[in-house]
Design a protein around this ligand. Structure first.
Ligand code: MRU
Length: 362
């Protein structure tokens, strides 16, 4: 995708040295577009943990590159297994992280240590390329849903939660890919952007992305979605996901479940966009079996923003002494999901629907 006319992906190998890894520091957006240079395993792990880089598909790709950096330091089998384990432990909910590291290990276990670094960069590059291609395909399969919602003399209103745009993937995004394609196809479209407390991925990242691409959008408080749906202001919801079970339950950023409930009550279609790397075929019941990341209290008690003089400041917004809880994801049961948009097409959020698209996994 383009920022101010320059084409970027969300992770890439530095073309000047051919090995260090570049990412955007998403904790600095929307105020500054800072590009970080990762040179070690620990920098890669820190970037994922601290959410300098984030979004299920992207953390998979960054973890794959972080393993490349680890192998540059020590390509022995013992170190490789240890470093993959360490990277896998950085964040628990998005299954793409485990998927990417397992794929790297499958390739590298059969590669002699002396050849591992080159093989690792090749495999990480493939993971990144495939993610970009899968998200583009998701855009193509999601676009008809937006086209179908077009009414004479009325814009199409899509609501999205969190950031499932190109910043959360290698390119294109998942939920935002159909939106970018619809906008580029000339469809009169407007996006309601949930601010997505506590980390504000909607207000800070989705709004920034959509603004850079010229897509009309409005940021709303997380609590506004139900009201907008009741008043006919939302034609469809499209969200991303961090893990989908083989039965179609959807883990996504905290607050997604409430939007799905409101959508059901108001007859608004609720679609979930995902590359197949986000499907966890080992899990059936999402509420019982998907690990939900519990993050620090400060994300709830404190807010970071820009003061009128341009300074970035963090301040406490919660009564001092009051504790806070911060579950970062929730699970939307499959029965509340209208359907899934994948790189192979759309399907019901069900074991049967997923098996139809992915018969080799069923
Ligand atoms: O905690 P984050 O920001 O890494 O959350 C992941 C996400 O970006 C969202 O849950 C998103 O909707 C799914 S990832 C495309």
């Amino acid at each position: 995708m383009k920022v101010d006319g320059v084409t970027y992906r969300s992770v890439w190998v530095d073309p000047d040295d051919g090995w260090s890894v570049r990412i955007f520091d998403q904790t600095k957006l929307p105020w500054t577009l800072d590009i970080l240079r990762l040179t070690t395993r620990d920098q890669g792990a820190h970037a994922i943990k601290s959410m300098q880089t984030r979004g299920a598909p992207l953390i998979g790709a960054v973890a794959a590159y972080a393993l490349c950096l680890a192998l540059r330091a020590d390509a022995s089998t013992e170190a490789m297994e240890r470093d993959a384990g360490l990277l896998n432990a950085t964040r628990p909910t998005a299954v793409n992280l485990r998927w990417a590291l397992e794929r790297m290990l499958t390739r590298l276990r059969n590669t002699p240590p002396a050849e591992r670094v080159a093989a690792a960069y090749e495999e990480a590059g493939r993971i990144a390329d495939e993610d970009a291609a899968q998200n583009e395909a998701i855009g193509r399969h999601g676009l008809p849903l937006i086209r179908q919602a077009v009414r004479p003399a009325r814009r199409v209103n899509v609501l999205t939660h969190c950031n499932a745009g190109w910043l959360a993937t290698v390119d294109w995004g998942t939920a935002l890919a159909p939106i970018y394609m619809a906008h580029d196809a000339g469809i009169d479209l407007h996006v309601w952007v949930d601010e997505t407390r506590p980390r504000n991925q909607g207000a800070a990242l989705t709004a920034w992305e959509l603004g850079r691409h010229g897509v009309p959008h409005t940021v709303v408080a997380d609590n506004a979605g139900g009201h907008l749906m009741q008043h006919g202001e939302v034609d469809l919801v499209i969200v991303g996901t961090d893990r989908v079970t083989r039965h179609g339950d959807v883990a996504n950023k905290i607050g997604t479940y409430l939007k799905a409930l409101a959508a059901k009550d108001n007859g608004v279609p609720f679609w979930v966009a995902l590359p197949s790397t986000t499907i966890d075929w080992t899990v059936a019941d999402g509420v019982a079996d998907i690990p939900i990341e519990e993050r620090g209290q400060a994300e709830v008690t404190d807010m970071t923003g820009q003061l009128a003089d341009g300074t970035i400041a963090t301040m406490r917004i919660v009564s001092s002494g009051s504790p806070a809880a911060n579950p970062a994801f929730d699970v939307t049961p499959a029965r509340l999901v209208t359907g899934l948009i994948t790189e192979r097409g759309r399907c019901d959020a069900s074991a049967e629907g997923l098996a139809r698209l992915f018969p080799e996994r069923a």
